[in-house]
Design a binder for this molecule. Structure first.
Ligand code: FES
Length: 198
């Protein structure tokens, strides 16, 4: 995912240390909550835009923070807002608009099933129901072992491959049948075992 590069007519923002922060949510500006590596990655994203449009890197910054933290906490939103010179609420609007951002801790594998019309017409709803039954959870729930979180997603731009689902926002799984789901879940469980997480 990448942020757009539209001119937003914003003024050059002051450096982080001098920046007044809108604390509408009552949160105090945290100490740096991300690793140095994460800030370096965010700086690389910021450098893609004109100096007065560092806010354009907000989606990338949230993605980087989520990869590191597993989800985007209110503290991370405040930190990114300060770093990019935005109001925390503006960052929160981005976090809550796109379902690839997790607002609370989730399972190791987030399974996002597309149930928009083209996928629904080709069994998208059925695979969502199958996953619910197989995992014993509902949408937006996580299995007791912490391995899987299930959620519904909007069109992923791969309607020709329907029904589709995503693993952890990045891995697209096409033409999902019950058999393919079984194989995918086994593969992910095996991977978790190998990494000492199940
Ligand atoms: S409707 Fe599912 S990918 Fe487009």
């Amino acid at each position: 995912m990448s942020a757009g590069n539209k001119s937003q007519g914003v003024k050059q923002q002051p450096m982080l240390a001098q920046m007044p922060i809108d604390l509408a949510g009552g949160l105090s500006p945290p100490a740096r909550v991300l690793s140095e590596s994460a800030y370096r990655q965010i700086d690389r994203e910021i450098a893609k835009y004109p100096a007065d449009q560092r806010q354009s890197a907000v989606m990338a910054a949230l993605r980087i923070a989520q990869v590191e933290k597993g989800y985007v906490s209110p503290e991370v939103e405040v930190e990114i807002a300060a770093y990019l010179g935005m109001a925390p609420m503006a960052v929160h609007e981005v976090t809550t608009f796109y379902n690839m951002y997790n607002q609370s801790p989730i399972g190791r594998y987030k399974l996002t099933v597309c149930t928009n019309l083209p996928c629904a017409l080709r069994d998208g709803e059925k695979i969502a129901s199958y996953l619910k039954a197989k995992l014993g959870i509902g949408l937006n729930q996580t299995t007791d072992d912490g391995l899987f979180t299930l959620q519904e997603g909007e069109c992923m731009g791969a309607c020709g491959d329907s029904p589709v689902m995503l693993v952890n926002n990045h891995r697209m799984c096409s033409f999902m049948s019950f058999e393919r789901i079984d194989a995918l879940l086994e593969e992910l469980k095996e991977e978790a075992k190998l990494n000492g997480r199940a």
